[in-house]
Design a protein around this ligand. Structure first.
Ligand SMILES: Cc1cc2nc3c(=O)[nH]c(=O)nc-3n(C[C@H](O)[C@H](O)[C@H](O)COP(=O)(O)O)c2cc1C
Length: 354
């Protein structure tokens, strides 16, 4: 199972547990994956700098193996859409859930620079980014201290920019992937190239290790993306039912009970394209007449609704991020999943080399 990625990043198996912000990724999940020989990734998005710092300390105290922290690269939202009009349009949903709050402020940069400082001072060995490329000064500070950097691409053009910026590896995020699209370049339309088409095109375009993401759910998927030239896989949905997962019971149930045809890519809930289970709330927002503001404005405006819905078990108003392979998600310890995926892939390769 040695690849350019495992060699460079000092891990045993070419398996990265995807950072999953919003609750699914717990420090326990990261510890279990890194201890098993994969690369666990803490999700630095949405949490406060203090919480991120505590989570890094917990992981540090429980594994000596490499782990990563993932950060959201801030972008400038287009503020022409009227936030107040959207807030007013959401009144009915708030009333249905008994929420009576005033319009929340949005945090434009997710405390990016504070989090960068924490990751530097707590000596996190590997840092991954999504939603763009940090500015050169930030990258320089990480590089100076020998940290390994991973960027996320949804197209060949993005992968080339990430390589030119000095990244050490690139996640090639195919359209099957659960969660937000990492797209940061283009004309604003969603970039939706499937993993089987995207991975080899990015592999051909860059000279650094590529990690395929999107629809890789077990050893079959891992073997497939290694055959496409990837040096590893970044897997998210496959870990949502892990013993250590913080995903809500409703999301975990949906992974099993809903059909593979039921995820959609939408910007209705957060203002940025994301793949998750279809809900009536998404449909209402998409059909509505009020333009949807960009991320993170729409994310902040719908957040009280999605949080209250999660607390009261009202699935139709929740965000239920998941990838197209969700029916294959197995319920095991996260470390056992890593070992199982590696064994399954090794068996497949052994079968073909007989
Ligand atoms: C619930 C969920 C949350 C996610 N959150 C993040 C995140 O915080 N940062 C990130 O870089 N990617 C995030 N992703 C995307 C993953 O990095 C990865 O691209 C995706 O999980 C791969 O597809 P798969 O879900 O089919 O394995 C998330 C994915 C899911 C399913």
């Amino acid at each position: 199972m040695n690849t350019a990625f495992t060699d460079r990043f000092g891990i045993r198996y070419p398996i990265v547990q995807a950072p999953m912000a919003g609750g699914p990724t717990t420090p326990e999940m990261v510890i279990a994956v890194s201890e098993a020989g994969g690369l666990g990734s803490l999700a630095g998005g949405y949490v406060t700098p203090d919480v991120l710092s505590q989570q890094i300390s917990v992981v540090r105290a429980n594994t000596d193996n490499p782990f990563a922290v993932n950060l959201f690269v801030p972008a400038n939202p287009n503020v022409t859409a009227d936030a107040q009009a959207m807030w007013d349009a959401l009144q009915g949903a708030r009333e249905a859930l008994g929420i009576f709050t005033s319009m929340p402020a949005w945090n434009a940069d997710d405390h990016f620079l504070e989090k960068v400082q924490i990751v530097l001072s707590q000596r996190v060995p590997i840092v991954s980014f999504t939603f763009g490329i940090p500015d050169a000064a930030v990258l320089h500070r990480f590089k100076e201290e020998g940290r390994l950097l991973v960027g996320s691409a949804t197209s060949v053009a993005e992968a080339r920019q990430l390589e030119a910026s000095g990244m050490d590896a690139i996640v090639a995020q195919g359209s099957e992937a659960g969660g937000h699209r990492g797209t940061f370049f283009g004309d604003g339309r969603p970039t939706l190239i499937g993993t089987i088409a995207l991975t080899p095109q990015i592999v051909d375009a860059v000279n650094i290790p590529v990690l395929a993401a999107g629809g890789v759910m077990d050893g079959r998927g891992l073997a497939a993306v290694l055959a496409l030239g990837a040096a590893g896989a970044q897997m998210g949905t496959a870990f949502l039912r892990a013993k250590e997962s913080g995903a809500s019971a409703l999301l975990q149930r949906a992974l099993v009970e809903r059909e593979e045809t039921e995820t959609v890519v939408t910007r209705a809930l957060t203002g940025k394209y994301v793949r998750g289970f279809h809900t009536t709330f998404i449909e209402q927002l998409e059909k509505g007449e009020v333009p949807i503001p960009d991320y993170p404005i729409q994310h902040a405006l719908t957040s009280p609704i999605r949080k209250a819905a999660a607390a009261s078990g009202e699935a139709s108003f929740m965000s239920l991020w998941a990838g197209q392979g969700h029916r294959m998600a197995a319920s095991l310890g996260a470390g056992d999943l890593v070992v199982r995926f590696a064994q399954e892939a090794a068996e497949i390769f052994a079968r073909f080399s007989e």
